[in-house]
Design a protein around this ligand. Structure first.
Ligand code: HAM
Length: 418
């Protein structure tokens, strides 16, 4: 019997529901931030990835599905999206049509890695790329989008790690400092790290070998040698994340596996998926467009692994709570408020919040039963003496907390869903 190729997976009908749920959230969140979808070919000229991702990276040196087609052209199945998006951006002069291009994608990717839980050879990513601005607000926006999507999927056990890799010139200075530090410890490094010392020195920080890690524990850190611009931008990113109440940790050893990064880099890690714990990763890549033949254009983005995220959802049991959820059910206490309640629902629905209400003049008790059945995250009570005083009550069905809000300020309700 012919079987599916090792490291590939069929997605059967019962699982499709979860994929669609995730894809809907991805579409919705990116659209709310005004990102436009882009689709690029499954395969590209091999040199695009070699030049874009870096010859010495694991992806290019060991993991790409590259082959000669019938006309002897070297083709590669895309191992990631950023290089392809940048190629399309240059080829179609997108930067001339619009100064800032905010793009997102959902697509299969291919890497010949050793398969294990959360690691496949054909896997799927969603992600975003913003091309045309060096503003650190976009770095924070990327982290915000990724985090928002994961939270909307009901994931809780998440940690965000951020770092700055600086601009290439300051990084070169730092690499020499690191080389000096390692010069008398070289013999104690593992074989792979010795190779990295010559070819891709920062990646020694990624070594899983204990003796390497011991050496790297005392190594000088790039964050301490940042140029002023990267350092200022990093401060802004941190401040923006703190202001939006996004929890993060600074991880000065986060170097990422692709060569194109500059300044901010980040990963979101799940505590529930074992060894392959990075659900998503990304950062700024300001030199990449020029490196691939375009005009200098700053860029920032991230990509997230869908199979890994679904595994985390499974392990956190988040589908039961995040399955088919309604954002808000409005319980109407007085029958004569039907039209008011209808208008409230309409205005919230226009703002992309899923809302339902009673159309059958049922009792308050029956409406509450319906809200529970629909798995509503919040219930809004409209009516009674409270309404006469200009107020409504919002109940969080997950925590049981209730809040009395002014009826005239529906934004307070809307803000719960941002
Ligand atoms: P990456 O860290 O190589 O970054 O991949 C992003 C995510 O894809 C990982 O965090 C992981 O969840 C998932 N992933 C990677 N390899 C596999 C695999 N073999 N099996 C399952 N999932 C996997 C990039 O790809 C960059 N293009 C991200 C980016 C976009 N940076 C800037 N813009």
């Amino acid at each position: 019997m012919i079987k599916a190729i090792t490291g590939t997976k069929d997605i059967l009908p019962p699982e499709i529901k979860k994929w669609k749920h995730l894809e809907n959230i991805v579409q919705k969140v990116f659209t709310n931030f005004n990102y436009k979808e882009i689709r690029t070919p499954i395969f590209e000229d091999t040199s695009l990835f070699a030049r874009g991702i870096g010859e010495q990276t694991d992806i290019v040196s060991k993991e790409m599905y590259s082959f000669l087609d019938r006309s002897e052209t070297s083709i590669t199945l895309k191992p990631e999206m950023t290089a392809g998006v940048v190629r399309a951006f240059i080829e179609h002069s997108l930067g001339q049509k619009q100064q800032l291009n905010k793009l997102f994608y959902i697509s299969p990717m291919f890497r010949q890695e050793r398969p294990q839980a959360g690691r496949l050879r054909q896997f799927h990513q969603f992600g975003g790329e913003a091309l045309g601005s060096a503003s650190p607000f976009l770095d924070a926006e990327m982290i915000q989008i990724a985090y928002m999507i994961l939270k909307k999927l009901g994931l809780k056990d998440l940690s965000i790690r951020i770092n700055s890799l600086g601009i290439p010139s300051s990084r070169e200075i730092y690499k020499n400092i690191l080389r000096d530090y390692l010069s008398d410890k070289k013999d104690r490094l593992s074989h792979d790290s010795k190779v990295r010392l010559e070819k891709n020195i920062l990646r020694i920080f990624d070594s899983k070998i204990e003796s390497d890690q011991e050496i790297m524990n005392d190594a000088p850190l790039l964050l301490d040698y940042l140029d002023e611009e990267s350092s200022n931008d990093f401060e802004i990113v941190k401040e923006l994340l703190s202001n939006s109440k996004i929890p993060y940790e600074i991880d000065p050893k986060l170097v990422r596996g692709l060569d194109y990064y500059t300044k901010t880099t980040f990963e979101i890690i799940s505590g529930k998926v074992g060894a392959q714990s990075a659900l998503c990763g990304g950062g700024r890549y300001d030199p990449l467009v020029e490196q691939l033949g375009g005009k200098p254009t700053a860029g920032v983005g991230f990509a997230a692994g869908i199979e890994r995220i679904l595994l985390a959802c499974e392990n956190e049991n988040s589908f039961n709570s995040a399955g088919d959820k309604l954002d808000l059910y409005i319980v109407k206490i007085d029958k004569e408020l039907t039209s008011t309640v209808y208008q409230i629902a309409l205005s919230l629905r226009k703002q992309n919040i899923s809302v339902d209400l009673d159309y059958l003049d049922r009792s308050v008790k029956a409406q509450m039963r319906e809200a529970n059945k629909l798995n509503s995250r919040f219930v809004l009570f409209v009516g009674g003496d409270e309404y006469k005083q200009g107020n409504i009550t919002l109940k969080n069905m997950e925590t049981g907390e209730q809040e009395i809000l002014e009826f005239s300020n529906l934004d307070l309700v809307r803000n719960k869903f941002v």
